[in-house]
Write a protein that binds this ligand. Structure first.
Ligand code: ADP
Length: 258
C-alpha cells in the first residue's frame, strides 16, 4: 500500500463522519460517495483471493482445472460487480440522486452470498442461506442494501475465523416480520460480544480488530435508516452474534421514498 493511502482514507472517513452526523440533511449522493471506497474493497479482495486460489490450484499435480475455472469465473463476476458499483456512482453523479426501486431481498442476499463464497471457502467457513420464498419487495437502492448485507457477512466471517475449523458457520435468514417489514438476519458461531457493546459496535471507528477501520456497521446503520429501516445486534451469553435488519415493504400505492 503506498504511504499516502492511509491519509487519503482518513480524509474520506472524516467526510463520512460528517455525513453520518447530518444524514437527514445531506443528500443521499454524498453518503454514497463516502462509502464507495468501502464498497469497492470487497469485490477487489474477492478477486485477489480467487486469483490466489486459482494460481494454487494450477500448481497442483495434476492441476485442478475445474476448481481453477470456477475461481476464474468468480473473478469475472466480481469484476463485473465492481464495474456496476462505478457505473452506479457515475449515474448518481449525473442524476444528483440515488434511485429507489422495489427490491427482492432474497435475490440481493443470494448475489452477496455468491460474492463472499470464495473468501468463505478459503477461510474454511460455511455460509448457509435460509431464505423465505415469496417475500414482498422492499423499497430501496439495491447496491446500498447489498453493501449492508456484505458488511454483515464479512463481520460474521471475521468472527468465525477464530473458531475451530469444523465450527465456522454463518447463517443468513430472511422472513416476513410484523408491521409490514422484511427481516434479514446474519447469525454466526463466533464469540459474539458483551451486552455493553450492543450499541457501541455501531459507533464510527469502534473496532476490536487490529487492522480495521470500525466504520462498517456505522455505514450500514446509516444506510438502513435512510431506507426507513432498523439495524440492531443481539447476542446471548455463550452464543455467537446475530445482526438483524428490518426494512419496510414496498407499498405499490405510495410514492417512492425521497
Ligand atoms: P470493523 O469490522 O472494521 O471493526 P464494524 O463497524 O463492521 O468495523 O464492526 C465494529 C466492531 O463490532 C468489530 O470490530 C467487532 O468488535 C464488532 N462486531 C461486528 N460484527 C461482529 C460479529 N458478527 N461478531 C462479533 N463482533 C462483531
Amino acid at each position: 500500500m503506498p504511504p499516502d493511502r492511509p491519509l487519503l482514507r482518513a480524509d474520506l472517513l472524516g467526510h463520512l463522519l460528517a455525513e453520518l452526523a447530518h444524514l437527514n440533511q445531506v443528500s443521499a449522493l454524498s453518503e454514497l460517495a463516502s462509502s464507495i471506497g468501502h464498497e469497492l474493497n470487497q469485490p477487489l479482495a474477492a478477486i485477489l483471493s480467487n486469483a490466489q486460489a486459482a494460481l494454487r490450484l494450477l500448481t497442483h499435480i495434476p492441476p485442478d482445472i475445474a476448481e481453477a475455472r470456477a475461481a476464474l469465473e468468480d473473478i469475472v463476476a466480481d469484476d463485473r460487480r465492481a464495474g456496476k458499483v462505478i457505473q452506479r456512482m457515475r449515474a448518481a453523479l449525473r442524476e444528483g440522486a440515488v434511485s429507489v426501486a422495489a427490491q427482492d431481498v432474497d435475490e440481493l442476499v443470494r448475489e452477496v452470498v455468491r460474492l463472499v463464497s470464495g473468501a468463505a471457502r478459503l477461510a474454511g467457513a460455511t455460509v448457509r442461506a435460509e431464505l423465505a420464498p415469496g417475500l414482498p419487495r422492499v423499497r430501496g437502492d439495491g447496491i446500498r442494501l447489498q453493501q449492508v448485507i456484505l458488511n454483515l457477512l464479512v463481520n460474521a466471517l471475521d468472527a468465525v475465523s477464530r473458531c475451530p475449523p469444523d465450527a465456522r458457520l454463518v447463517v443468513v435468514r430472511t422472513r416476513l416480520a410484523d408491521g409490514g417489514r422484511v427481516e434479514l438476519s446474519v447469525a454466526d458461531s463466533g464469540e459474539g460480544f458483551p451486552p455493553e457493546d450492543f450499541e457501541r459496535i455501531f459507533e464510527p471507528f469502534f473496532t476490536t480488530k487490529a487492522q480495521a477501520l470500525g466504520v462498517g456497521l456505522a455505514i450500514s446503520r446509516a444506510i438502513v435508516e435512510a431506507h426507513g429501516g432498523r439495524l440492531w445486534a443481539e447476542c446471548s451469553p455463550g452464543e455467537g452474534a446475530t445482526l438483524r435488519c428490518a426494512l419496510p415493504v414496498w407499498d405499490e400505492g405510495a410514492r417512492p421514498a425521497e
